[in-house]
Design a protein. Structure first.
Lengths: 441, 295
């Protein structure tokens, strides 16, 4: 529990041009305390630290020492090495709902640290996703889900409309299903100058995209005992979607080496018609200095699979506190500051999806007042998507290891080295071994 | 005791202690972990002995042996090409009478780049969409982009090109040192006797150079067998494991999947590859030196 000197006040926070809902603040006097922190780095993430760290230091007298700032996959490796060496000499670290379950008990249960009134400010479902084995090990920073960006002018072009209808027999409108995405991607493609769409093609990224399409097709990755069941009609159909686009040259040839930056920059280059991507790219896509499609972007909720469900692979970036942290009160205060109304408003203005309901209301009100129709559309779409479509991957420690077994098989099928059935059978066998070793059955 | 304190062992002790701490103990620890199911995220697994289970699994793991075979092939081709290019560069520079020092410095530039940077640079060159290579080929009418980093053969060729670009100068420098050390008398005598340039090179220059060739081969074989950064940056061992080498596989197993026990078992098997290459090149080195002394 927090000690008495920790100031716990209910206050109305004023920042920017709006007034948010009452927020429970978590200040205290931490003069002489230095918190060592390991943070996710990169342009999209560091703006927050530049504002929140000085704000927290000024208000508490404490100091923040950034020990590490690197991309999440490198940070993940570093923390695994720290666990192995028993060298957990930091207090706060960036985390993610997809990664958190790997780290055992190194992070403290925030249910015992954070006052209930603080936790009440976050979306309950996201807090549930931040919980591992009944322990709340993360304070959610922002949530991710993907929706479909597209070049509006392509859908307004009269020739495109007529030709598409003549070829496919239905009107050319932003797609509602993944089958329509396939048709339209093939229709728009004119390789090597222009491609209908693209997908992230390796590592956890493609495994996650496959996962959400399996769910949208009415399938699942695992049964209740974590036995793999993705080698199913829904799984084969999902994999076939990737294969068909690749064979039709509706995606760039090098797509199997693409990760998030490649797809984001690809859409901004103006050579891609449709792009399933995170909210954080919205501002970049609509910035004329960075993007050739600025001012010509439409956005729809992620389309549906054959099972009638929309894809909605989701997760949240977060911050955790180590069990070994000697200054848990100060660390709790810093965790709150990093995910406070002020912090989330800073990130929301950059297009990221907040984890506090109050900030959704605030950012939408702000964009309405500014008359920023594009960002208003972005926030309304992502708000609906997170509320109705989002689902997490299985929150188990074996998730990343499983994706490493799955993705080479997906790639082999896409490249034609194996049939989808063979590829999924091999992946299923490997997944069974991983789950058996982990003791699930 | 007095005899021990006055003997050579006392003088060797600091070295032996340091070597034990920084080489022997980590080696023994990693060997131990290869007999455990050690996971980085579960430190307690370090103490669970499972015998040869990791090795038994590896024997039946086709992915591992394909990566092993690809590493051997990659090593053999890359080393031989680096030798040919390095020898060519060294012979050309050896002929120059003006500006040789400047050229020697310039030649070492690729060695100064970090392998990660080299990987990024060549990934960009071979990018199918915005890469320099495809844009260059487009100027000559090759409209359809070539998937350099996707096609099974081309992806390995692309990685090899990066590796060769970055390290050929190692061969060139060592062989140039060898060329500068060759006595002039036998070459001049051969020319007087009517030998042409090829005969001089084949019968005099090359035998003198062979010890340098094998030293360079030994050094580079250890480097290439540990090739990781460039491959990781360019393809990550993919797609569909088409460019998977031992160290991309080992790194992913150890640090991403956190299965360090299994990764260390893989490492110990792969060490045999390095030992085999080193032994082979040392054997050839001794043979070349003996041949040289007979002649």
């Amino acid at each position: 529990m927090l000690r008495l000197f920790l100031s716990l006040v209910l206050a109305v926070s004023f920042f920017g041009s709006f007034s948010a809902k009452a927020e429970t603040e978590l200040w205290g006097d931490f003069s002489g305390v230095t918190l060592r922190v390991k943070l996710i780095g990169g342009g999209q993430y560091e703006g927050l630290y530049n504002e929140v760290i000085p704000w927290w230091e000024e208000n508490t007298g404490g100091k923040i020492e950034i020990v590490t700032q690197k991309n999440h996959f490198e940070l993940d490796k570093e923390i695994k090495k720290d666990i192995a060496s028993g060298n957990l000499d930091f207090c706060v670290a960036s985390n993610h709902t997809s990664f958190a379950s790997q780290y055992g008990n190194i992070y403290t249960d925030l249910n015992n640290i954070m006052p209930a009134s603080v936790l009440a400010d976050y979306t309950p479902l996201i807090l549930e996703h931040s919980t591992v084995d009944g322990r709340l090990v993360q304070m959610p920073r922002h949530s991710d889900v993907s929706n479909l960006y597209y070049q509006k002018s392509l859908y307004e072009d009269a020739d495109n409309k007529a030709n598409f209808k003549a070829k496919y027999g239905y009107d050319l409108t932003p797609p509602e299903t993944w089958d329509q995405v396939k048709d339209q991607a093939i229709f728009f493609s004119n390789p090597p100058d222009f491609y209908g769409t693209q997908y992230v093609g390796k590592e956890e990224a493609i495994a996650g995209r496959f996962y959400e399409l399996v769910i949208a097709n009415g399938g699942a990755l695992f049964d209740e005992d974590y036995r793999p069941i993705f080698n199913s009609p829904a799984g084969v159909e999902a994999l076939q979607w990737f294969i068909d686009l690749y064979n039709a040259k509706a995606v760039p040839d090098g797509v199997l080496n693409y990760l998030w930056d490649d797809t984001g920059l690809g859409f901004a280059s103006g050579t891609i018609a449709m792009n399933l991507d995170w909210a954080g790219w919205a501002g970049f896509f609509n910035d004329p200095e960075n993007s050739k499609v600025a001012g010509d972007i439409g956005l729809v909720r992620a389309p549906m699979g054959s099972g009638g469900l929309r894809t909605g692979w989701s997760g949240s970036h977060s911050f955790s506190m180590t069990e070994s942290c000697p200054d848990k009160e100060a660390a709790a205060s810093f965790l709150w500051a990093l995910t406070s109304n002020k912090a989330q408003m800073i990130e929301a203005r950059g297009g990221l999806s907040p984890t506090r309901p109050a900030i959704w209301d605030a950012i939408i009100a702000e964009k309405k007042a500014e008359g920023d129709e594009f960002m208003l559309m972005v926030f309304e779409t992502f708000k609906m998507s997170l509320a109705e479509d989002a689902f997490t991957p299985p929150l188990i420690p074996e998730w990343i290891e499983f994706t490493n077994a799955l993705y080479p098989e997906l790639q082999a099928a896409i490249l034609g080295d194996k049939s989808p059935e063979d590829a999924l059978a091999t992946a299923s066998k490997k997944a069974t071994e991983i789950m058996e070793d982990a003791g699930y059955f | 005791m007095r005899k021990f304190l006055n003997g050579p062992w006392v003088l060797l002790m600091p070295t032996l202690i340091i070597l034990t701490c920084v080489v022997l103990l980590p080696l023994l620890l990693s060997l131990w972990t290869s007999f455990t199911p050690f996971k980085l995220t579960k430190p307690d697994t370090l103490y669970r002995f499972v015998g040869f289970r990791n090795y038994e699994r590896l024997i039946g793991d086709l992915d591992f042996w394909i990566a092993f075979g690809r590493t051997v092939l990659f090593l053999a081709i890359a080393l031989n090409l680096e030798l040919v290019f390095g020898l060519g560069i060294a012979l050309l520079i050896n002929k120059i009478t003006y500006g040789q020092r400047t050229l020697r410095t310039l030649m070492m530039f690729p060695m100064m780049f970090s392998p990660i940077l080299v990987g990024f640079q060549w990934k960009y060159i071979f990018n199918d969409n915005i890469g320099l290579m495809n844009n260059f080929l487009r100027e000559f009418g090759v409209i359809q982009p070539i998937p350099w980093l996707v096609d099974g053969i081309l992806a390995n060729v692309s990685i090899m090109a990066a590796e060769i670009w970055s390290s050929t100068s190692v061969f060139a420098i060592l062989l140039l040192a060898g060329l500068l050390g060759i006595p002039k008398d036998p070459i001049e005598a051969a020319k007087v006797d009517g030998c042409n340039s090829w005969q001089v090179f084949k019968n005099i220059t090359l035998p003198f150079l062979m010890p340098f060739v094998f030293i360079a081969m030994t050094i580079r074989s250890l480097d290439v067998a540990r090739a990781y950064d460039i491959v990781q940056m360019m393809t990550g061992g993919g797609p569909a494991k088409r460019t998977e080498l031992l160290w991309t596989l080992i790194s992913r197993t150890g640090y991403v999947d956190a299965k360090m026990g299994m990764a260390n078992a893989m490492s110990y098997i792969s060490i045999f590859l390095s030992i085999a290459f080193t032994f082979f090149f040392f054997y050839k080195l001794i043979e070349a030196r003996q041949r040289l002394s007979y002649e």
